[in-house]
Every structure is written in structure tokens, then in C-alpha cells.
Design a protein around this ligand. Structure first.
Ligand SMILES: Nc1ncnc2c1ncn2[C@@H]1O[C@H](COP(=O)(O)OP(=O)(O)OP(=O)(O)O)[C@@H](O)[C@H]1O
Length: 360
């Protein structure tokens, strides 16, 4: 879908920002360009919509050389999202989102109606449409930035560090939202970040760049974590890459064990030497009773030890290991889609599955 053929960018001051980049971005995937600062990710991205002209080499989008159409026409087929959203401060959100449709000749009414739909698509209430960018949080502005880029329904979306300026929790929410949107929209997305965690979380393919604008490795996140091409990539992905690689192994093969359970609000006896898991009426875990707890006429949440993370059955082994390691009882609690208790796993059980090489 997007093809870089031996693309080089040399700036007039002699800096080689991108050096002979050859790479194919597959249609309908999220491909992440990742690497340390100054390694040419942004320059590579901006060459796709001709905000930067290559010094040599060819870029094809949908099989067509990007030099063929007029740059303005090319850019209408390519949504572009940047850090801090880059919204026009004096236009309300609907008008911000409607910018490209209006340029493409849509009527104002049609463009605004589309803008309203897009606000909802990115998870914002349509009533916000009359607000101005400064009246939104950073995370909300980023969502509007995505809506604006999607307005003319371009097949390609370029995203340059779109979530870097928001705090980690909001950032994770935005990443989830992008994955959800992508499920629905199937765009060809190129996403630039310097954060390897973000790259492996959202990328179906990851291109790791090294200083000097060289491509160090191009593959699936699992490949890059498990089998780094060289020391540079191994260092860049970090020492805990083995642990992070667990994100790509599913846990359906884990054998669950059972622990004694009690229900919040019900009378409970003293606990013996075991940890006892407390559930609510919907059988959702609420915490643990420690060994040697006194009897009570009605178990209250305040009497419990907070639980560790919960592991959704069948999701990644990383989540299973995290649940086990963060549990006060040393047993990770596994839940179904409704959050109801299914069983527990110990860290040893997870490690056995890892040692067998697969969970399947
Ligand atoms: N207009 C320019 N003139 C000269 N050099 C430039 C220009 N734009 C970028 N560069 C240089 O090209 C190299 C690559 O820059 P680029 O912005 O593509 O890197 P990056 O990987 O996106 O980095 P960052 O994550 O810091 O944005 C850097 O050395 C940068 O200083």
C-alpha cells in the first residue's frame, strides 16, 4: 500500500535524515516507526504526504508514485495527526473536523453532519462540537485531531507521536481507542513514536530505526522482542523484552486451580492457613482474606486485602504472570468476560507454560 523504494533524504546542511529506506507498509495495518530521537522517523513519515521531498528514491501510495498527483490532492487521501493535535484554536470542534471535507467541496451542512458523527466515533459527545480546542483536555484534543484526520475518509493515516503529550493513563486509553477504531475502519496507518512499549502495543508491524536514518529491523512486535536483529535493537527494546514478549503468547493452555471463596456480606468463619478469595454477588473478585483472619457475622470489603491485577481468561501470558506476581496470595485470579471468578494461576504454572514454549 505504501512502498518506500531506496528513499534518501539529505537536508541542505548535509544531514542525512533517512538513508536508502526500502520498506512496504501493508494495506489495512498499523505500522509503527520507532527509534531514538533524530533517527529519521518523522522525516520518513512526512515524505509520504510530500511535506518533505525525498532527495532520491521513490514512494508509492496505492501503487501510484506520490509525485504524480498534485500535493493537495495527494494529501486529501492521507489523514495526518500530530502531537498536541494541531487544531485551529479559533474554530470550534465541528469546524476543525470539517476542514478537509469543506476544502473538498462538501456543503457546510454535510461537512458539519459528518463532523458530528466523527466526534462520536472517537468517543466524544456530539454536544462538544460547539466548543473551542482550549476548552478540552489534552486527551480530548487528541481525539478531535484523529476525527479531523478521518473526516474525508482517507485510506491512509499518518500519525506523528500523536499521544506523546498526554499522561500515561490517558495515553493508554487513546491507544485502545485507536485499536478499536482500526478494527472498524481498516485504514493503512503509519504511526511514529520513540516509545517501544507503545510500538509493540499498537503495531502489527514495527520498523526500528537507528541514528543516521537507517532501518535496523522490520517485523512483527513479537519478532522484534524475541529475535532482535542486532545489539542496537536489543538495547533499544530493553532488558525486559522477554517479559514484554509474553504479551504475544496467549494463555488458553493454562490450567486453572481453585481456592476457597466467600461472599461479601455473608457470615464467615476464621480462616485457617490458606488465603480465601472474597467475591461479590456477581462472583467478581473483591479481595483476599489473609490466613488467620477472625470470624465475622457479615464479611465487609474493608476487612479484605486488596487483590492483585485480574487476568482475563485467554488473554496474554504477560497478564497471567502479572496477576500471579501482584496477588497477595501468590495466586493470580482469572476471570471471564463478565469479570466473574474462574480460577487461579501461580507464577510457577505460567513459567511451566512458557518453558513448554507455547500456551496452545
Ligand atoms: N529541516 C531540517 N534541516 C536539517 N536537518 C533536519 C531537518 N529536519 C530534520 N533534520 C535532522 O534530520 C534527522 C532526523 O530528524 P527526524 O525529525 O526525522 O527524526 P525523528 O526520528 O523523528 O526524531 P524525533 O523523535 O526527535 O522527532 C535529525 O538529525 C534532525 O536534526
Amino acid at each position: 500500500m505504501i512502498e518506500f523504494q531506496a528513499v534518501t533524504k539529505r537536508f541542505p546542511d548535509g544531514t542525512t535524515a533517512v538513508d536508502e529506506l526500502s520498506l512496504s507498509v501493508e494495506e489495512g495495518t498499523i505500522t509503527v516507526f520507532v527509534g531514538p530521537s533524530g533517527c529519521g522517523k518523522t522525516t520518513s513519515l512526512r515524505m509520504v504526504n510530500r511535506m518533505v521531498e525525498p532527495s532520491s528514491g521513490t514512494i508509492l501510495v496505492g501503487g501510484e508514485d506520490i509525485r504524480t498527483p498534485h500535493p493537495a490532492v495527494l494529501r486529501r487521501g492521507i489523514g495526518y495527526v500530530i502531537q498536541q493535535a494541531g487544531l485551529f484554536p479559533h474554530r470550534n470542534l465541528l469546524d476543525n473536523i470539517a476542514t478537509v471535507p469543506l476544502l473538498s467541496g462538501w456543503t457546510r451542512a454535510k461537512a458539519r453532519a459528518r463532523a458530528g458523527e466523527l466526534l462520536e466515533l472517537v468517543g466524544l459527545p456530539a454536544e462538544l462540537g460547539k466548543r473551542y480546542p482550549a476548552q478540552l483536555s489534552g486527551g480530548q484534543q487528541q481525539r478531535v485531531g484523529v476525527a479531523r484526520a478521518l473526516a474525508a475518509d482517507p485510506p491512509v493515516l499518518l500519525m506523528d507521536e500523536p499521544f506523546s503529550a498526554v499522561d500515561p493513563v490517558v495515553r493508554e486509553g487513546l491507544q485502545d481507542e485507536l485499536l478499536r477504531l482500526q478494527d472498524e475502519l481498516d485504514k493503512t496507518v503509519v504511526f511514529v513514536t520513540h516509545d517501544i512499549d507503545e510500538a509493540v502495543r499498537i503495531g502489527e508491524k514495527v520498523a526500528v530505526f537507528r541514528t543516521g536514518g537507517l532501518l535496523a529491523q522490520y517485523g512483527s512486535p513479537a519478532d522484534v522482542l524475541r529475535d532482535p536483529a542486532d545489539d542496537f535493537v536489543a538495547n533499544f527494546v530493553g532488558k525486559d523484552r522477554g517479559y514484554r514478549g509474553l504479551s504475544f503468547l496467549d494463555s488458553t493452555g493454562l490450567t486453572l486451580s481453585q481456592v476457597p471463596t466467600v461472599t461479601i456480606g455473608a457470615p464467615v468463619e476464621a480462616t485457617g492457613s490458606e488465603w480465601v478469595l472474597a467475591l461479590n454477588e456477581q462472583r467478581q473478585p473483591r479481595g483476599w482474606r489473609s490466613p488467620g483472619s477472625a470470624p465475622s457475622a457479615a464479611l465487609r470489603e474493608g476487612d479484605l486485602h486488596a487483590g492483585g491485577s485480574l487476568h482475563g481468561h485467554g488473554s496474554s501470558l504477560r497478564g497471567a504472570l502479572d496477576a500471579a506476581l501482584s496477588s497477595p496470595a501468590g495466586q493470580g485470579v482469572v476471570v471471564d468476560d463478565t469479570g466473574a471468578y474462574l480460577g487461579v494461576v501461580s507464577a510457577e504454572t505460567v513459567l511451566e507454560v512458557i518453558n513448554r514454549g507455547s500456551a496452545g
